[in-house]
Design a binder for this molecule. Structure first.
Ligand code: UDP
Length: 254
């Protein structure tokens, strides 16, 4: 991993300088954290699966005209992405009550919401990513009102498309988190989808059994975490060709 300059190391990913200006290499680790870093672990093979799953979902979104930072997958754990200026917000879209929504508002987990909800959280680990409103976002200059409108509209498009895509493979998209960035094409700035979309950042429930197929298996010690991620990849038709043994880690990097 020393062949490129490391720019940033997050909880589940590392960003390296890309081969051309304006590009970055996004490396997916097996590390998992939860509850603002208080719980840590390693899910063997997770990075390989998330790289594939995020590639697949970002590619499908690109095809329907949702702009994303994804350029191409480089190998088992790395993808080439456009360099963006990250907007410091976690944008959460919810279809079914779960997680912090259920806890904060006392709504039973699994309750279908009458309409999709979009929430904003300020990306700041020290503060534990507090929830914020549009008032805070514009007051502190994290995004402008037109940027917030664009983010909302993209988030809802992503939700409609991914809800249908997952429904088609027997999975309910309960909620998920997106991140957006500013990307300049000459003089023009566009808001594009960045980061990743994977079982680390989505709640995915089996349609028939309500079994959790996402990071809640790690957060709540439910076991079979990698197996659940693998099942998501299998249903999407994108399991690595060599099968599970392909997922042991960097040793098999091209
Ligand atoms: N989420 C995420 N990163 C975060 C916080 C949340 O990817 O830092 C995702 C999470 O996996 C879930 C959705 O956003 O799919 C909503 O999470 P919630 O607010 O319920 O928080 P949690 O219960 O995960 O603390």
């Amino acid at each position: 991993m020393s062949r490129r300059r490391q720019l940033y190391e997050g909880k589940a990913k590392v960003l390296f300088e890309g081969p051309e200006p304006g590009t970055l290499v996004q490396y997916f680790k097996d590390d998992a954290t939860a509850f603002n870093n208080q719980k840590r672990g390693v899910i063997t093979g997770k990075g390989v699966l998330n790289n594939r799953i995020s590639e697949y979902l970002m590619t499908r979104l690109n095809e329907i005209g949702v702009p994303t930072h994804f350029l191409r997958r480089l190998n088992m754990r790395e993808q080439l992405v456009k360099e963006v200026e990250i907007i410091p917000l976690e944008v959460v879209v919810r279809n079914v009550a779960a997680g912090s929504l259920s806890t904060r508002l006392g709504i039973q987990e699994g309750t279908a919401l009458p309409r999709s909800i979009v929430e904003f959280y300020y990306k700041n680990d020290q503060l534990g990513d507090p929830m914020v409103t549009e008032e805070h976002i514009t007051c502190f200059g994290w995004a402008s009102p037109p940027e917030i409108d664009e983010i909302m509209s993209l988030a809802l498009r992503v939700n409609d498309f991914l809800s249908g895509l997952f429904l088609g493979v027997g999975i309910r998209l309960v909620d998920f988190k997106l991140e957006f960035g500013r990307y300049w094409e000459g003089e023009e700035m566009r808001i594009i989808l960045a980061d990743e979309i994977s079982p680390d950042s989505c709640r995915l429930w089996d349609l028939a059994t309500n079994d959790k197929m996402d990071k809640d298996r790690f957060r709540r010690d439910l076991g079979n975490v990698a197996e659940a991620y693998q099942e998501v990849a299998r249903r999407l038709g994108i399991l690595p060709e060599g099968g599970p043994r392909d997922m042991k880690g960097p040793a098999i990097m091209q």
